[in-house]
Design a protein around this ligand. Structure first.
Ligand SMILES: [Mg+2]
Length: 235
């Protein structure tokens, strides 16, 4: 039963819930992405130096192919991302550095007790999100999500997530009753047009201070202080 006053909580994945390798976006996802692009387009463009954070998977493909001067249409993007997700699922099983960030399981347990609807709001395609979170036992914790398959534009994903929350709970969440938790300024910005509450977490590339400077309502170094994070979400 979802109480009338509970907020909707939407989590980013990489840098927020999980870490999939020794750098932020991780060699394993990046290697799988690179291989899929090479197989589909014959090149992965300047992928080794490209920043993935805060971007949707299809947007990354478009940017890299534009930089490489290679034409790409939606069909080939879908083909490349399908290859990527299948490869990622195999590769992640053998990635020793993958981990859930401190405090995440405790926070999810705490939120479950309050009956808060938990969703994902991510630039990953659904199959990539599934591979990452399943490999760390977290996929089943989320009732719904908005993924890069829904829109390549992150800001539009916030609207999709709110619509999915309505389908799931029958409630229309608005303003500060929508809580977005993420590790980049893109997460902080993506719910701004909805008046959402942004909670930053410094486990990704940005620090707590940088996330506050980008307009986060609250920010934490990590999510391990369950009581403080719950107070920020519910307050
Ligand atoms: Mg992230």
């Amino acid at each position: 039963m979802i109480r009338r006053d509970t907020p909707l909580v939407l989590f980013d994945i990489d840098g927020t819930l999980v870490h999939c390798g020794p750098t932020h976006c991780g060699p394993t996802p990046r290697r799988a992405f690179k291989r899929a692009l090479e197989q589909t387009f014959g090149t992965a463009g300047p992928i080794d130096s490209w920043i993935f954070d805060g971007k949707t998977d299809p947007m990354i493909v478009r940017e890299l192919m534009a930089a490489a001067g290679v034409a790409c249409d939606q069909e080939r993007i879908d083909q490349a991302l399908g290859r990527y997700a299948r490869d990622l699922e195999h590769q992640l099983a053998a990635e020793p550095a993958r981990k859930v960030y401190p405090g995440v399981p405790g926070l999810l347990d705490g939120l479950d007790k309050t009956g808060v609807p938990l969703g994902l709001l991510t630039g990953n395609i659904r199959a990539g999100a599934l591979a990452k979170l399943s490999s760390l036992g977290l996929w089943h914790r989320f009732a719904f999500g908005a993924f890069a398959d829904d829109s390549a534009v992150r800001r539009e994903l916030a609207d999709v997530a709110v619509a999915r929350a309505f389908d799931h709970s029958g409630r229309r969440f608005t303003g500060k009753k929508i809580v977005i938790i993420g590790d980049t300024e893109h997460d902080v910005a993506c719910g701004r047009h909805l008046g959402a509450k942004a909670i930053g977490v410094g486990t990704g590339r940005a620090t707590r201070e940088q996330l506050l400077a980008h307009g986060a309502d609250h920010a934490f170094a990590d999510l391990s202080d369950t009581a403080a994070v719950l107070a920020a979400i519910m307050g």
